[in-house]
Design a protein around this ligand. Structure first.
Ligand code: CIR
Length: 257
């Protein structure tokens, strides 16, 4: 059974980091209700949801994806690019310790989990305002021994690599070609988001099913036409904090150590 680590929305979410969006008020109760529905959707798809308590002093801490990358044989604790997010790490490290050996990215490396796309044994890491080459080299150093190929990806116009591309199945990526050059993704088929829905390339894969944001129905239709089983969730309130769907969970197989 996959485990999904999540964290309750912080009451301070209104003070979140923003890069490409103007600040607009965030209703914490609405954000929490949508977040609970997201967790329920993960549970309905077979995940055992492990929810960490809210962190009142860490506005962006609901976006647990950015603090770690969990692979079958190791977990990497990131060093988030935004200084305000670095204290999110200790609780994530403790949550992962029962499941994986945890290796930490060290300064001057910076990387957000949102910049790390894993598909099979390929790992692409986006060079963005949150992730640098030093961290990519550290990732490569850890993962090469585990049989992964680590690629540096370029990304433009969005916060993270996974704002622009995510895996919808073993060999299918959903991409926004305006934000990322699709020729970087060898051996994978790509389908593009509907041009009217630039933010739609971020979907969560659980087994043979994908969770997609209900704000992007045209892209959801494209995914369905590709043969995928698509479930929609409303994530509009956390989208005001520049969060998408993958960023609200760390999903991995519960392997015995
Ligand atoms: C931030 O700027 O760090 C947060 N407001 C949003 C992070 C979203 N994370 C993600 O897409 N992986």
């Amino acid at each position: 059974m996959p485990v999904a680590i999540t964290r309750q929305v912080s009451p301070a979410i209104g003070d979140c980091e923003l890069t490409h969006l103007e600040r607009t008020p965030i209703d914490v109760d609405v954000a929490r209700a949508q977040h609970a529905a997201y967790e329920a959707a993960l549970a309905a798809l077979g995940c055992r949801v492990e929810r960490l308590p809210a962190e009142p002093d860490l506005p962006d801490s609901v976006f647990v994806e950015d603090a770690a990358v969990v692979l079958d044989d190791v977990a990497i604790l990131t060093r988030p690019g935004a200084e305000s997010r670095r204290d999110e790490r200790p609780t994530i490290e403790r949550a992962l310790a029962p499941y994986r050996d945890v290796v930490a990215i060290e300064a001057p490396g910076i990387v957000d989990g949102g910049d790390v796309l894993v598909s099979g044994s390929d790992v692409w890491i986006g060079l963005s305002s949150r992730s640098n080459r030093t961290a990519i080299d550290q990732f490569r150093g850890v993962l090469i021994g585990h049989g992964y190929r680590v690629h540096t990806a370029t990304v433009n116009g969005c916060l993270h690599l996974k704002s622009a591309v995510t895996a919808a199945s073993d060999d299918l990526l959903i991409v926004n070609p305006d934000w990322v050059d699709v020729t970087q993704f060898v051996d994978h088929r790509c389908i593009a988001v509907d041009p009217s829905e630039p933010g739609a390339a971020n979907v969560v894969r659980v087994g043979d099913t994908v969770l997609a944001a209900s704000a992007f129905p045209r892209t959801a239709e494209r995914l369905t036409h590709s043969g995928l089983d698509v479930h929609l969730v409303d994530a509009s309130e956390l989208a005001k904090a520049e969060g998408a769907l993958t960023c609200c969970s760390l999903i991995f197989e519960e392997l015995t150590r």
